[in-house]
Design a protein around this ligand. Structure first.
Ligand code: ZN
Length: 310
């Protein structure tokens, strides 16, 4: 079991308040929560707002389940960068005797993992991951590349925490651009600005900053330094509980990482690049609840106008 990350006093107080108001429903496992209708209403409005912004700017809508075929997961290279965050799906494939023994062990709360086999599926680590193999399957990119809106998909990160903003499973809204390197870099910068404006319009004290991914181990620290030096990852940060800001959205340039892994080439045969934008639905809703109060009907007009316009 990984260590459960402790919450700050402000985060613990905010979590207790959210549970008290029935906005989030604890499951008994840190970082796994249900939501009330009121919470989901705000989240769905946010999802609609983000989808509209992407489609108005030319995105194609694609939807995927919160699972990734194990082959695609292996191709992505996720295990060498983030082995500590990944989740794999196991299932029972035995006979009657094993089934009985498994149920018996489980009923006594004893280990029953020896009866479980790895399946062809992993949990989705980021909402953009199914996009690359799906685009690769179409063949060479069309002229101008592609811009995909993958919606708000459930993603898994094995990092239990008592901070209500750090979930093991949450909705991540991803936009992906694949194409000519210059076009992709321009899109990345354009969306960082658009994302910042969008979150500020909701009344959040959002700031854009240089960031790095939580790569694993010693090699990971080098990767993170190089990612920062090249400004490949930006984040929009805003306070949720207390003064410590939390990342609400991230803007990632992958260069040819995914296009090489899945064999995606430009129409003319040149090297294609990719970039993605991810908005954390729950974190943005939590930031709104933290900034404007726990009753959305009393939020400032500007925020309500942006989310409640039909
Ligand atoms: Zn992504």
């Amino acid at each position: 079991m990984p260590e459960v990350r402790e919450a700050s006093a402000e985060q613990a107080r905010f979590l207790a308040e959210l549970i008290d108001h029935g906005l989030i429903l604890p499951s008994g496992v840190p970082g796994v929560y249900g939501h009330s209708a009121e919470f989901e209403d705000v989240r769905l409005r946010l999802e609609a707002l983000l989808t509209r912004a992407a489609v108005e700017n030319g995105a194609e809508r694609l939807r995927f389940p919160p699972l990734l075929p194990r082959r695609h997961f292996e191709q992505s290279g996720y295990l060498s960068s983030f082995p500590h965050l990944a989740g794999t799906v196991y299932a029972f494939e035995g006979g009657e005797h094993d089934a009985e023994a498994q149920a018996e062990r489980a009923s006594r709360r004893e280990d029953w993992d020896e009866f479980q086999q790895m399946t062809d599926l992993t949990l989705l680590p980021a909402a953009c991951y199914p996009v690359y193999p799906a685009i690769a399957a179409r063949g060479a990119l069309p002229a101008g590349g592609v811009f995909v809106e993958a919606g708000g998909s459930w993603v898994f990160r094995h990092e239990p925490s008592h901070d209500p903003a750090r979930r093991q499973m949450f909705r991540q809204h991803e936009l992906v651009r694949i194409g000519d390197p210059e076009v992709v870099a321009g899109w990345h910068d354009e969306w960082a600005q658009r994302g910042l404006e969008l979150l500020r319009r909701l009344g959040l004290e959002a700031e854009l900053d240089n960031a790095s991914d939580p790569f694993f181990g010693r090699r990971g620290r080098m990767l993170a330094t190089s990612q920062r030096d090249q400004a490949l990852k930006l984040e929009i940060l805003a306070p949720i509980a207390g003064s410590e800001p939390t990342a609400l959205a991230s803007f990632n340039q992958h260069r040819d990482h995914f296009t090489a892994a899945y064999g995606i080439a430009l129409a003319g045969g040149g090297v294609a690049h990719s970039a993605c934008v991810g908005f954390g639905h729950e974190r943005i809703v939590l930031a709104l609840l933290g900034a404007h109060g726990l009753d959305p009907s009393r939020w400032p007009a500007l925020a309500r106008e942006a989310l409640w316009r039909s």
